[in-house]
Write a protein that binds this ligand. Structure first.
Ligand code: DX5
Ligand code: ZN
Length: 222
C-alpha cells in the first residue's frame, strides 16, 4: 500500500489546525510529525504539548519522527500525546531493542530511522521487530533541503535486505521528495512517502493531488 505522510514541519503554525484538517480531507493517510531536540539534530521543533493539542483537530494517523537523543526517555509521553507510529534514530540510542519493545508494549507501531551516512545493513539485527524502516534522504534537521541522489540506491538496498529476510514491512523515505521525484523512490521500493515543503508551499490540496496522481500511475504500471 502506498502511503503519503505530509510533514507538518513545513506548515504555517498560525493555521496549524486548519492545515491538518486540509491534509486529512485531501486524503493523505498519515501526518508526519518531526520532533527535534537541538542535540541529535541542530534545530528544535516542537514536542508533546503541540502534539497533544493538534490531536484534537484530527483523527489522521500521527507518524511521529523522533530526532532526539536517547528516545527511550520519552516514548510513554509521546504515546500519551497521541502518537500512532513512533520512529526513532538508530544513531540516537544505545538500546534500540528496548525502545522498540517499549513502543510495542504501549500498543503502537515502531519505526527505525537511519541518517544518510549510516550503512543500511546496520538495521539488520532489528528488522524482524520493526513495523517500518525510515531511510533519510537528507541530513535530518531541516525541511526544504534537496534530495541526496545516493538515497535511491540505499532505498533499493534496504528493500532488498527486507525481502531477503522475508519481511514485507513499510519502507519510508523522508527529505526532498516532491511530485517530480516521488516516482523514482517508489520504483526503488519505498512505500511511505514523507513530503514537507512540496505539500505546504502553495495549495495543500493540489500538492497532495499531484503526488497521489504519481501513486496511481505507479500502481497501475505494477
Ligand atoms: C527533516 C525532516 C523531514 C522534513 C521534510 O529532518 O525529518 O520530515 O520535514 O521536509 P522536506 O520534504 O521539505 O524535505
Ligand atoms: Zn521527518
Amino acid at each position: 500500500m502506498l502511503i503519503l505522510s505530509p510533514s507538518m514541519l513545513s506548515a504555517d503554525f498560525i493555521l496549524l489546525g486548519e492545515q491538518i484538517k486540509e491534509v486529512e480531507a485531501a486524503g493523505a493517510e498519515y501526518l508526519h510529525v518531526d520532533v527535534m531536540d537541538g542535540i541529535f539534530v541542530p534545530s528544535i521543533s516542537f514536542g508533546m504539548p503541540v502534539i497533544a493539542s493538534i490531536r484534537k483537530a484530527s483523527n489522521i494517523l500521527f507518524d511521529v519522527h523522533l530526532m532526539i537523543d536517547r528516545p527511550e526517555r520519552y516514548i510513554e509521553e509521546f504515546v500519551k500525546a497521541g502518537a500512532d507510529i513512533i520512529t526513532f534514530h538508530l544513531e540516537a540510542t544505545d538500546c534500540p531493542k528496548e525502545v522498540i519493545d517499549k513502543i510495542h508494549s504501549l500498543g503502537k507501531k515502531a519505526g527505525m530511522s537511519i541518517k544518510p551516512g549510516t550503512p543500511v545493513e546496520s538495521i539488520l539485527p532489528y528488522v524482524d521487530m520493526l513495523d517500518m524502516v525510515l531511510i533519510m534522504s537528507v541530513e535530518p534537521g531541516f525541511g526544504g533541503q534537496s534530495y541526496i541522489p545516493e538515497s535511491t540506491e540505499r532505498i533499493r538496498q534496504t528493500r532488498k535486505l527486507l525481502t531477503e529476510q522475508g519481511l514485507d514491512i513499510d519502507l519510508q523515505v523522508d527529505g526532498g521528495i516532491s511530485a517530480e521525484n516521488v516516482g523514482m523512490v517508489l520504483e526503488a521500493g519505498a512505500n511511505v512517502i514523507v513530503a514537507g515543503s512540496a505539500i505546504f508551499r502553495g495549495s495543500i490540496t493540489e500538492n497532495i493531488k499531484a503526488i497521489q496522481t504519481v501513486f496511481a500511475e505507479y500502481s497501475e504500471k505494477k
